[in-house]
Design a protein around this ligand. Sequence first.
Ligand code: ZN
Length: 198
Amino acid sequence: MQTDTSTLSKETICSIAVGDFVQRVKDFHGATAPGVILGGYMVDLAYRHLPTGDILFDAISETRACLPDAIQLLTPCTIGNGWLKVLDLGRFALSLYDKSNGNGIRVFLDTAKLESFSEIKTWFFKLKPKQAQDLEVLLDEIHTARSQVCEVTSVKLKPEIFVTRRRGAFRICPICHESYPAAHGNSCRACSGETPYL
Ligand code: ZN
């Protein structure tokens, strides 16, 4: 990497040295994806705006791309434990919110701020084919920009989003004989036509 790691090691993302975070992204995501690195700075910014004290928070990613991995690497929230919800809104934004009252902090990529960061702008809007963009130059710019390309707002979650629902009853599907939530109807969703398999 061209990035000066001696500088990166002094900087942190959620108390993790940036260099260590970059390595974790590589290990977990399979590549040093710019979106996950930028996502790390976004999670860090959201954390710094959360009220202090012992609050239990959940997370929302408004895109399926990259941000869920940044959230899973830097917070206790994962898709599997249910504390991270991934919405397919297509917006490069995330929020962390108090699960007791739905009060949260939302961080989003502010496209107006991209004018000063041409590499990030080119990457984000796919202005060049991927192979024509220099990944190292882009990553350097992300580490320089940190959360300067982002904006923070306070949000209040809808109750239907933040109130945890208990799992309902399960039953056995008469077709595949596997268990499924009874609320789904007379057979499981797979046997009702939603199977992903041929
Ligand atoms: Zn079935």
